[in-house]
Design a protein around this ligand. Structure first.
Ligand code: F6P
Length: 340
């Protein structure tokens, strides 16, 4: 068989291990593997490179993706969708393995419904793909968040400051939630739960009153706030919501400064996607890659390989189209005593 592989959407540490698993299994079983570069663009524009065991043997330590990535949407128009399907046929592919997040796998599901022989592998540092308890890159990303919070704590303490740390995640707060808990954040703000600014101020004041004149606030980039007093009129709109300008940490730090705290803010941004993958982002993607080839070999298309507990399971790709997986309110409420 001739198997095409692509990585779409934001890169994530561990992607190369999935590619490695695919190539090892496929080549050893006598198949040919073709890398499609820059996500769906590679299929649409036929940007290819052959992948051999020599190419992938030592990429387990490398972050990013050797196949490069893009956010090209193959369903942008009917014309583009046709180009993608034609690309598959013209390249003589027998199967496609798409490694990506909600967008990439959602597109893959729709193309599979149109007959594309495809299998998906879930990836995203956001950890928000439905149907799986694991997505490539998340473990590394929260390790980076944890380390960042550890480092920021000492400087916050030394200068008696509140440091607001912005963590990636526009719609799902998993990274902020788990990274924030692991890194001892004194308040965690996620997109799933709109937070009252006055509550943050109350928590900070209580800390300061008991002599703890420093704090770390972990805030997801997509978080929103409201204020019961409406005092922070400058950045709060007519509905009482803080205006999201893509710099939520900066805005929150400004509000807290106005409330009397010395503040600084840090945006972790793409640091969370960089560098070498953590151990779990090496061996799980490797196994998912091997399993994806198994599916291809038995012609089980329109599926995604996923993790449930310690078990690799097979899910229909269409589960991804049902929306994203977010932090449940009960989980957030459970940890509230830590930052109350
Ligand atoms: O999808 C992962 C992610 O890192 C999000 O957390 C973040 O909002 C987005 O990608 C950033 O995208 P880009 O790399 O295009 O700036």
């Amino acid at each position: 068989m001739k198997i095409g592989v692509l990585t779409g959407g934001g890169d994530a540490p561990g992607l190369n291990n999935a590619i490695r698993g695919i190539v090892f299994k496929a080549v050893r079983d006598g198949h040919e593997v073709i890398g499609l570069e820059k996500g769906w663009k590679g299929l649409i524009e036929k940007l290819t490179r052959p992948l051999t065991i020599d190419d992938v043997e030592e990429i387990y330590r490398e972050g990013g993706t050797i196949l490069k990535s893009s956010r090209t949407n193959p369903l942008k128009s009917e014309e583009v969708a046709e180009k993608a399907i034609n690309g598959f046929n013209e390249l003589g592919l027998d199967a496609l393995i798409a490694i990506g997040g909600e967008d990439t796998l959602g597109a893959c599901a729709r193309l599979a419904e149109r007959g594309l022989k495809a299998v998906g592998i879930p990836k995203t540092i956001d950890h928000d793909v439905r149907g799986t308890e694991y997505t490539i890159g998340f473990d590394t990303a929260i390790q980076i968040v944890t380390e960042a919070l550890d480092r920021l704590l000492t400087t916050a303490k030394s200068h008696e400051r509140v440091i607001v740390v912005e963590i990636m995640g526009r719609h799902a707060g998993w990274m902020t939630f788990y990274g924030g808990l692991a890194g001892g954040a004194h308040y965690i703000i996620i997109p799933e739960k709109k937070v009252d600014i006055d509550d943050i101020i109350r928590v900070l004041k209580a800390r300061y009153e008991r002599g703890k004149k420093y704090a770390l606030i972990a805030v997801a980039e997509g978080a929103t706030f409201f204020s019961s007093t409406g005092e922070e009129a400058e950045i709060i709109d007519e509905f009482g919501h803080i205006k999201l300008g893509g710099d939520v940490a900066k805005q929150l730090a400004t509000v807290l400064k106005e409330a009397g705290f010395e503040t600084r803010h840090v945006v972790l941004g793409h640091l969370q996607r960089g560098g070498s993958p953590a151990p779990r982002d090496r061996y799980i993607p490797l196994m998912l890659g091997i399993k994806a080839v198994e599916l291809v070999e038995r012609g089980d298309f329109g599926k995604m390989v996923a993790l449930k507990g310690e078990e690799i399971v097979i899910q229909p790709l269409h589960v991804v189209k049902e929306g994203i997986r977010t932090v449940p309110e009960e989980l957030y409420e459970l940890v509230k005593p830590i930052f109350d």
